[in-house]
Write a new protein. Sequence first.
Length: 176
Amino acid sequence: MFVAVVAVARAPSIANSACAVCVSVNSHTPEIFRVWLSQVGKKDHMPTTDPIADFLTRVRNALRARKTMVDIPYSRMKADLARVLMEAYYIRDFVQVDEGPQGFLRVYLKYTNGKPAIQGLRRVSSPGLRRYVNRNQIPRVMNGLGTAILTTPQGLLTGNQARRAGVGGEVVAEVW
């Protein structure tokens, strides 16, 4: 049985009664408390509204903390994004780990002379404001020193790959 002290107050009356302690017992409180305790310490129990922004934020935070790897909940889109980052030499490697109900993606970060290979990450198209470009409007990131990442009918491509293929699409992120 779970007992909670709700309030301690002076009861207003003509007879000037002493303090009264109000004790309440709620039958649902122990169940809610048990559910809350079962969630403590678990990773990713809260759904995200923008998984790509979550991926980029986890990588950015891991780089700032000088981590060698970061674990990210698995999805095909995130695996493709990691593949594009690896092909563009921004990360060392990534592997899919089948653990738990969803599994996760382990991304190994790349450092050169103690500096991260990724200096910046930016989400361009968001769920509330999608940004589509045709093949002539593909952005050049940092005047050609960075990489734009696009979703196209041919899959996830870098800006240069999309220009060569002559396709446009949604600009997912920019990396430099």
